[in-house]
Design a protein around this ligand. Sequence first.
Ligand SMILES: C[S@@+](CC[C@H](N)C(=O)[O-])C[C@H]1O[C@@H](n2cnc3c(N)ncnc32)[C@H](O)[C@@H]1O
Length: 244
Amino acid sequence: MKKTNKPFFVNVMTLFPDMFPGPLGFSIPGKARERGLWNLTTINIRDFASDKHSTVDDNPFGGGEGMVLRPDVIDSAIKSFYDRNHPLIYLSPRGRTFNQNVAKSLLKHDGISLVCGRYEGVDERVIKAWSMDEISMGDYVMSGGEPGAIALVDSIIRLIPGAVGSSQSLSNESFENGLLEYPLYTKPYNWNGLKVPDVLRSGNHREIDSWKQLESEKITKLRRPDLWNASLNRKESKEDYKNG
Ligand SMILES: C[S@@+](CC[C@H](N)C(=O)[O-])C[C@H]1O[C@@H](n2cnc3c(N)ncnc32)[C@H](O)[C@@H]1O
């Protein structure tokens, strides 16, 4: 987890600062921000354009569709706030895929800075010059980095101690133990003839826990064989380690 008790800071470079905090102003991230667990700064990329038309993009060299964000503009925007002491992330479909482990590893820092692309993306030279960590939110293309930035930040904020009501509700969540979550039920007990599994009303916590574990395993095996195989491999290597 992060090194200090200072709020986790998030700097977002975007052409659309009004998109923030957006969904991050509500519910868990919204309350966590009000309580000073994290803070948010937006940097408007357009403020760093140098011509009278505030141009931030231009045609791609070599031809092709769309426009590319200029390296000089992005570079000036970064220089205006970035101290090189924390990750500088470019949201990009070409990046490493975001997941719960990446969220956890980002929370080890005091904060993160995010570059949200638009149009066809950002000039390669400035990505390289600043050694940006390219992170993808999945194998699909969005119109800009902002929705991805919101999803990424939300998932990190939930992990800040105290952001989510009880630590228990985090430890049971999907991916926390490498498995998907078991099915959830609430009242009414009988809904349209569909009843809640009896074990969940038995009061026997040991049986309830093993039911949850079994259901988690079943659903992971069925829906995410990749996660299931990874969890088997982890188990195997733990046993190998124990057996010397
Ligand atoms: C229309 S997309 C550019 C797609 C790019 N031309 C490509 O084919 O890889 C514009 C911006 O949206 C963001 N973006 C789109 N899809 C994304 C994804 N799956 N993960 C992270 N960012 C994404 C990036 O910041 C990107 O620069």
